[in-house]
Write a protein that binds this ligand. Structure first.
Ligand SMILES: *Cc1c(COP(=O)(O)O)cnc(C)c1O
Length: 457
């Protein structure tokens, strides 16, 4: 490493003066903190890459600070990946009405834990419990931060010190290092694997829990599918086993849908209503997967059990805030009124046929043509994603962008950095595809502008 290069890095004072001269910072204290951070980044990058000219690196770091002041990473982008529940793009977009309800809750006070009639303290889950009861028949509901928290909390409250029987096929990793065996250990339970990877019978569970002081955990296989010579007991069979042994039956449903996905031509994803109907004691699922609401973990079940879970110390640590509760309640109202298919974006996206997608793609292609950009329309395959319906696909339609001189991955990068609205497409065999299914029609014009902006000569 060339020490002269490191010695040439400007001092914190010099950088701080530079920032203030550019009008970037408000106070001297702040300018010093920023200057220090810039100095560290410059040093690290010069060490990492001996070819970068120092002035280029200084300008780059200052530009990065400027953009941090101006723009947030959490502004809307267009999901044109064809994956409906895309965890890296923030999962389900919520309905307009839900977004408004969340905004309203965020902007002021709400009667979160006060009963309007009496003025006395009341439960924050009352309305949501009522809505879930009307939609699924469940006695009570509890909303927490996410489904991972829902599982951890449920098991800590109900399974600590107990043996938890789980099929060998279901002791899985859900993603991001979230592994069911680890969660069980964390919650103080002992994992008892039953059956084999491909075949597990009700009798396997019966043998494992006959000793009492146990419970049965069913985990929906959400991000993989085992096919071929497989066997898996139904919820009703598991209910019988649990009844005979006098133990609880808990289910992690993963995605959690209220509608029949078979209506969109896919396999039937087990619904929340089916779990409640089968007599599962407690079922947990995500709010931002197929339900189409904000990030949340939802716990439904018998009132006495949900009350016990809500009273556990960990419950306070993972509880949902007023905006999430407003968002979940408003999302549920769409299902109650029967307008989920038109209002809840994720449900709407699933309902489109290839013809509709093709019509929109044609319209966009025509507009692009007028702006001098060439595109083609191709048939593709879309996925639900986010741990729902593994291996299940939907027919897709994509715009294939063609540029004489810019390569597909460079074009994709330009679109990811496009301002004011970025677009995330998909690369397949060196082609940049813009999938129509995951683009909301209200964003079609934004899409045209973004594409024209990066493709026009
Ligand atoms: C997605 C998923 C989870 C985790 O849910 P989060 O809401 O992301 O915390 C847990 N279990 C299953 C089966 C899932 O599919």
């Amino acid at each position: 490493m060339n020490q002269d290069r490191l010695r040439a890095i400007p001092s914190v004072t010099t950088l701080s003066d530079l920032l203030q001269a550019k009008g970037i910072t408000a106070s001297v204290e702040q300018a010093t903190l920023i200057a220090r951070s810039i100095q560290e980044s410059i040093r690290a990058n010069l060490i990492r890459d001996s070819a970068i000219p120092i002035n280029v690196e200084i300008d780059r770091q200052i530009a990065a600070i400027e953009s941090l002041f101006e723009r947030s990473r959490f502004t809307q982008v267009v999901n044109a990946t064809g994956i409906l529940v895309h965890t890296n793009l923030g999962r389900a977009p919520v309905s307009e009405e839900t977004a408004r309800a969340m905004q309203e809750a965020a902007l002021g006070a709400v009667a979160l834990e006060i009963e309007p009639e009496s003025g006395r303290r009341g439960g924050r889950m009352r309305e949501i419990s009522r809505l879930f009861r009307l939609l699924t028949g469940a006695q009570a509901a509890l909303v927490v931060n996410n489904n991972a928290a829902a599982i951890l909390l449920t098991l800590s409250a109900l399974a600590a010190g107990k043996r938890v029987a789980i099929s060998r096929a279901e002791a899985v990793e859900i993603g991001g290092g979230f592994r069911i065996p680890d969660v069980l250990e964390q919650s103080g339970a002992t994992l008892v694997e039953v059956g084999t990877t491909n075949r597990t019978y009700a009798s396997d569970y019966a043998k494992a829990v006959s000793a009492g002081n146990a419970l049965v955990l069913k985990v929906h296989s959400s991000n993989f599918a085992i096919s071929g010579f497989v066997a898996d007991p139904t919820l009703h069979e598991l209910r019988d086993v649990a009844n005979e042994s006098g133990v609880l039956l808990i289910e992690d449903l993963g995605s959690g849908t209220l509608i029949d996905t078979a209506r969109s031509g896919m396999d039937h994803e087990p619904t929340i209503q089916e779990s409640v109907e089968a007599g599962v004691d407690v079922v947990t699922f995500s709010g931002d997967k197929l339900l189409g609401g904000p990030q949340a973990g939802i716990i439904l079940g018998k009132k006495e059990l949900v009350d016990r879970i809500a009273a556990a110390p960990l419950a306070r640590a993972v509880r949902a805030d007023k905006t999430t509760l407003a968002g979940i309640a408003t999302t549920l109202r769409h299902y109650l009124r029967g307008d989920a298919e038109t209002s809840v974006p994720i449900i709407r996206m699933m309902s489109w046929g290839r013809q509709e997608l093709h019509r929109r793609a044609e319209h966009i292609a025509t507009q692009l043509e007028i702006l001098g950009c060439t595109s083609g329309i191709v048939e593709t395959t879309n996925y639900v994603g986010g741990g729902s319906l593994p291996g299940q696909s939907l027919p897709g339609i994509a715009l294939e962008l063609q540029h004489g001189t810019v390569r597909a991955d460079d074009l994709a990068k330009r679109l990811r950095l496009a301002q004011p609205t970025a677009v995330y497409g998909r690369i397949e065999r060196d082609r940049l595809l813009i999938e129509m299914r995951t683009v909301l029609p209200k964003d079609d014009d934004v899409l045209v502008r973004a594409i024209a902006g990066v493709m026009s000569p």
